[in-house]
Ligand binder design. Structure first.
Ligand code: NAD
Length: 457
């Protein structure tokens, strides 16, 4: 086994090394999961629910330790790490409350001695390849419903959130999930490739579009369940009747929360020209109030950039926008090292010729473009290959509904943004992905329906 080195992105200090799985180790783990899955499926649902309920209690008890681990390996501000863990509890509660109804065998026809039933069954052995930006949310959205519905899971956390993934695995095992029913697979891209080469019944991936498309090509001919939660370039339009100050405060948070490293971060702002100047100055004032620094400090709002190569992506987007006439209002450069830092950055007078308004940014960087009408805003919002979320700020609900019904996005927001609910499906149009998580449909997705036709003799 080759060691995987884990660094603190805020300091570049080596945190630890963990053994990574090579192809033969992955194959052994896949065989173990295959052997263990039928017994897990045969357990009463109540038994599986008890395990996940104990897991919930353990997460709640260990929030401080788990948050510290997450912050150390991702650079996420500690208050946001705590919030993610507490948010996971609400998601587990939702899954626990809804899974009985989803797993019920339903009689849909019963006449003249003929009965028809739909029986939800687990997929079997599924792989979860996960991202680092919300390691507990993205993995929890898969692991909790997959295990509840009777699947075995081969779980590869991101190489940038491995310690969180291993902590999650430990807590699930301590809660009673058998060791071979949930198996952590440790490593980076090569380990991921070895994992998808195994016989699996489903692949649930969260990560970049490029990786997701590559995985789709790899597994395409195997006709297994494939779910891809990919990137976004999420727009918000601020109408002329919105209050510029309160919209700016909400949207600065939506753009910069988690240091802008959220799939549903606000990444493009369109503001009606009538309130453009007022909005831009309120937005910059809010971002200037955000404290950048030590992610372990409770006062920190902007933390480190988790992956060092992203610094070049951010710098290239700023340089390209400035070269094409964008106005740099604040930031625009790397922060001082050691560690991966980028200044919170706001540009105005941007347009769609710029990378900043077209490519996923994934950092504390945003452009604000003026628009003259709702129709122009809709056209610009739809001028993207992504379609994860989109929002509108206006006092007028009818106007918001009219605009948002024309926008191609899996999730739409009126007077809010950067929000995920366990009760609602999380999905994207276009290059934002395939399939969904969350909601009751996000439990069903880990099952396949068996159709029973039974005639009485
Ligand atoms: P990434 O694609 O670099 O990595 C994701 C996972 O894929 C990691 O576990 C990585 O080790 C693995 N991987 C990489 N190459 C692989 C290969 N060839 N074969 C198999 N596995 C491979 O993405 P990331 O940087 O971890 O995550 C950031 C991206 O995730 C952003 O684009 C973000 O928008 C997206 N994201 C989407 C959602 C959503 O719900 N839509 C949620 C979180 C993050």
């Amino acid at each position: 086994m080759i060691p995987l080195s884990i660094y603190n992105p805020a300091t570049n200090a080596l945190l630890t090394e963990v053994p990574a799985d090579d192809a033969s180790a992955v194959a052994i783990k896949a065989a173990a999961a295959r052997a263990a899955q039928p017994d897990w499926q045969a357990q009463p649902l109540a038994t599986r629910k008890d395990c996940l309920a104990r897991f919930r209690t353990a997460v709640a008890t260990e929030v401080e330790t788990l948050a510290a681990i997450m912050t150390s390996e991702t650079g996420k501000p500690i208050t946001m790490a705590r919030r993610e863990l507490n948010g996971l509890l609400e998601r587990i509660d939702f899954f626990l409350n809804e899974v009985d109804a989803v797993m019920l065998t339903r009689t849909v026809f019963d006449e003249g001695g003929m009965t028809e039933q739909i029986q939800p069954l687990p997929l079997g052995v599924v792989a979860n390849i996960s991202a680092w930006n919300y390691p507990w949310f993205t993995s929890g959205n898969v692991l909790v419903p997959a295990l509840l519905t009777g699947n075995a899971v081969l779980f590869k956390p991101s190489e940038f959130a491995t310690l969180s993934g291993l902590a999650m695995t430990r807590l699930l095992h301590e809660a009673g999930v058998p060791k071979d029913v949930l198996i952590a697979v440790v490593g980076g891209a090569a380990t991921g490739e070895a994992l998808v080469a195994q016989k699996i019944d489903g692949l649930f991936f969260t990560g970049s579009h490029a990786t997701g498309v590559g995985l789709a090509r790899t597994v395409g001919s195997r006709l297994i369940k494939l779910q891809l939660e990919l990137g976004g370039k999420d727009p918000v339009y601020v109408c002329d009747d919105a209050d510029p100050a309160s919209a700016a405060a909400a949207l600065a948070d939506g753009a910069m929360y988690n240091t802008g490293q959220s799939c549903c971060s606000v990444e493009r702002l369109y503001v009606h020209e009538k309130i453009y100047e007022a909005f831009v100055s309120a937005f910059v004032a809010t971002v200037k109030s955000f404290q950048t620094g030590d992610p372990t400090s409770a006062d920190t709002y902007i933390g480190a950039i988790t992956r060092a190569p992203q610094l070049d992506v951010l710098q290239a987007q700023v340089d390209d926008a400035v070269a094409k006439g964008g106005t740099l209002l604040m930031g625009g450069h790397r922060g001082p090292g050691p560690g991966n830092w980028f200044e919170p950055t706001v540009l105005s007078h941007v347009d769609h010729s710029m990378l900043l308004m077209r490519e996923e940014t994934f950092g504390p960087l945003i452009g604000i473009q003026a628009v003259g009408s709702d129709a122009e805003a809709v056209e610009l919002m739809n001028d993207t290959r992504y379609g994860l979320t989109a929002g509108v700020f206006t006092r007028d609900k009818t106007r918001a509904r009219s605009i948002l019904s024309k926008v191609k996005a899996g999730t739409v927001y009126w007077n809010c943004c950067d929000r995920v609910s366990p009760r609602l499906p999380w999905s994207g149009y276009g290059d934002s992905g395939l399939g969904l998580t969350l909601s009751t449909a996000g439990i069903e997705t880990f099952t396949r329906p068996k159709a029973w036709h039974e005639r009485q003799p």
